[in-house]
Design a protein around this ligand. Structure first.
Ligand code: MRU
Length: 364
């Protein structure tokens, strides 16, 4: 057994101080900086500026945001105050549905209590429950997904299984284990020989900075590649499967994930390579049928593309002509027809309305 995954949390409650703490992911991989979240403005800043990021983690942070709002409540339990704060948190980022899901679930529990102290307790408790559920979901995604890796490993008789992933759907995005990384960590723990191609994931380099850091920490063999290298590797039989995460999935099987995911799915289809999406049910949007038409796509500050991320905005760090306009679309939608299967906490299923409804009855 090799030690991989399952021990790392990017958000936690410091119970002694009754304070929420997070790892500032902007500083990784070079520094591990801890930040306290003490106000709703700080929560919004952390989500918007990607101190915390990744759909499940955003959901948990939003849920703790309700707890933080109640701690700072100067209006003595006035309902409009907490509802407004919830709305502000939800608006911090548009694509990951986990954010509104986590906030609204916590808000619902809070509003069912009258007493301010009980409201605070409810928020702390529900946010903690959501975090634990995501840990559990990730563990189960690992258990279901590892069978797909095992199957390929058997056919390759001893040669490493090459898995390509995009962005970071790992421990940093999901509390523990991750989603896309959970089957990989499970395979590694079982002693299956795996190797991960890590898309660098421009412009903020979540793959190069975060996924590579995580895999390296757990000793999983990996190689960082330029975002556009995947197609070439697929053409040369250097990729056995693709596993990615998602920020919002329709019950019909469409998935929104970090920009560039769609192009990987197209290349995988052209090369007959299975393309899996690992997701906890918290990333389903049960109200949307057509992902391309209806999933809101975040457009971020073009300066994230213009300058080397994390560097001073000086001419030396400017990557393009000063006057060239840039457009920073942060997500794209991969239609269900390009997805081989979903790996969920309830098992593996086709990315189709009937299969999703079968695994999650009563949701639509
Ligand atoms: O902009 P980010 O870094 O928050 O985008 C994250 C992703 O695209 C992840 O792949 C997604 O949230 C799935 S995490 C399980």
């Amino acid at each position: 057994m090799k030690d991989a995954g399952g021990t790392f949390r990017p958000i936690w409650m410091d119970h002694q101080a009754d304070v929420v703490k997070v790892i500032d992911q902007r500083a990784l991989p070079h520094e591990q900086v801890v930040m306290e979240l003490n106000s709703v403005d700080q929560v919004i800043f952390a989500i918007r500026e990607m101190v915390v990021r990744g759909a499940p983690l955003i959901g948990v942070t939003g849920a703790y945001g309700i707890f933080i709002a109640l701690k700072n409540d100067k209006y003595n339990g006035e309902q409009t105050y907490i509802k407004n704060e919830a709305e502000k948190i939800i608006n911090a980022r548009p694509t990951a549905v986990n954010l509104s899901w986590g906030v609204n679930r916590t808000l619902g529990a809070v509003l069912s209590e009258q007493d301010p102290a009980r409201r605070l307790d409810a928020a702390r408790r529900v946010a903690g429950e959501i975090a634990e559920e995501e840990v559990d979901n990730s563990k189960k995604i690992g258990q279901h997904g590892v069978k797909l890796i095992e199957e390929i490993a058997r056919k390759k008789s001893g040669k490493p299984v090459n898995i390509l992933t995009h962005c970071n759907a790992g421990s940093l995005a999901c509390i523990e284990y991750g989603t896309a990384t959970a089957p990989i960590y499970a395979a590694w723990e079982m002693g299956i020989d795996v190797h991960v191609w890590v898309d660098e994931t421009r412009p903020l380099n979540q793959g190069a900075r975060l996924t590579a850091w995580e895999l390296g920490k757990y000793g999983v063999p990996h190689t960082v590649i330029a975002d556009n290298a995947g197609g070439h590797l697929m053409q040369h039989n250097m990729v056995d499967m693709v596993i990615v995460g998602t920020d919002r999935s329709t019950y019909t099987g469409d998935v929104a994930n970090k920009i560039g995911t769609y192009l990987k799915a197209l290349a995988a289809k052209d090369n007959n390579i299975p393309f899996y999406v690992a997701l906890p049910s918290s990333t389903f949007d049960w109200t949307i049928r057509d992902g391309v038409a209806d999933i809101p796509i975040e457009v971020r500050d073009p300066d994230e593309m213009r300058y080397i991320p994390g560097a001073v905005k000086s001419r030396d760090n400017l990557l393009m002509p000063e006057k060239s306009p840039a457009a920073n679309y942060a997500f794209d939608v991969t239609p269900a027809r390009l997805v081989t299967a979903f790996i969920t906490e309830r098992g593996v299923c086709a990315a189709s309305e009937s299969e999703v409804k079968r695994l999650f009855p009563g949701k639509v």
